[in-house]
Design a protein around this ligand. Structure first.
Ligand code: ZN
Length: 313
């Protein structure tokens, strides 16, 4: 049984974790860099392990690894060779596995909980470009070029011991299709496919979310589909759109609704809600079975979701 099914089998909601980068910054890491949280893999890996642990403690059923922006091409711009880059990508998985094992070894953490799993982040091609194009798509690459880009990292993440692949912030249909083809080529662990969206209907490049989900959901390697790194204000209608196209679990982990400015590697505006966990109840009502937070969300937000999700069992 895949880790998503085994948790949803006896829980109404699977709790995803919250932002990694935001939490690293709060702990003094400088992420103003094209490698983003992948830079901390190089410099302060222990802090990443600690953030994963704190999200498990806050109630997360899974940790999303620090590999979102960790790519062979990105590290090579920093003078790392392929072998060193792959080692760092695999380290992102090992840090999350260590945090999970430490959490689960402590019997007091097990009360009312399922054993959490490690979801290895597969960020979009646009995240490696570090120019904000994961929020636009339109890369001008073919499906097979995108498969070539994703193949070595995906294999490395699987070899390092990930339980599942979190293909996330995908802005366009062609990249989702490339990822699903790769999953079927590699024939290994399951994945979730999560799109970034620009309004109540469309993924960032402009295709309808409902159509994107319908195109990719049937693969046996796709365990869940949904939306992340999107403003909470669009989420309820997007959940309903995804739900029309699949019977598989729909997942959501929105950002805070602030907007990302790639030119300064920073965020503008204010969160668009008062309580993230109150918003999450609405997402559950709209049909989401897996809920967490993306950029700018915190362990407190995740604790809020876990508190009502586990008490409503
Ligand atoms: Zn995000």
């Amino acid at each position: 049984m895949n880790p998503i099914e085994s948790i949803l089998d006896h829980n109404p909601v699977l709790v995803i974790d919250g932002a990694l980068a935001t939490e690293l910054e709060r702990r003094g890491c400088d992420l103003k860099d094209d490698l983003w949280s992948a830079k901390i893999l190089l410099e302060q890996p222990e802090k990443i392990r600690q953030v994963h642990y704190d999200y498990f403690k806050a109630g997360a059923d899974c940790a999303i690894t620090a590999s979102y922006q960790a790519t062979i091409q990105g590290f090579s711009k920093r003078g790392l060779n392929q072998e060193q880059a792959l080692a760092l990508i695999q380290k992102s998985v090992r840090l999350a596995v260590e945090a999970r094992d430490e959490f689960w070894t402590d019997q007091t953490n097990r009360k009312g909980r399922s054993r959490p799993f490690v979801a290895a982040s597969v960020g979009p091609y646009g995240a490696f470009l570090a120019d904000g194009s994961e929020y636009r798509g339109n890369y001008g690459l073919t499906e097979s070029e995108l498969m070539d880009f994703h193949r070595p990292r995906m294999k490395a993440l699987i070899e390092a011991g990930a339980d599942l692949l979190a293909c996330e912030t995908i802005p366009c249909l062609v990249e989702a299709q490339a990822l699903v083809k790769l999953l079927e080529e590699i024939q290994s662990i399951p994945a979730w496919i999560s799109f970034s969206c620009r309004d109540e209907v469309h993924v960032n490049e402009g295709q309808r979310l409902e159509d994107c989900v319908r195109q990719i959901e049937a693969s046996p390697f796709v365990s869940a589909v949904g939306i992340n790194c999107t403003s909470p204000k669009y989420i309820p209608s997007l959940i309903r759109a995804a739900g029309k196209a699949t019977y598989k679990p729909v997942l959501v982990y929105p950002n805070s609704g602030e907007s990302y400015d790639a030119s300064k590697n920073g965020w503008d505006g204010q969160p668009v809600y008062e309580s993230f966990s109150d918003e999450a109840k609405e997402w559950y009502k709209a049909g989401a079975r897996m809920i967490g937070g993306c950029c700018r969300t915190t362990p407190e937000d995740i604790r809020g979701i876990a508190n009502w999700a586990r008490s409503s069992r």
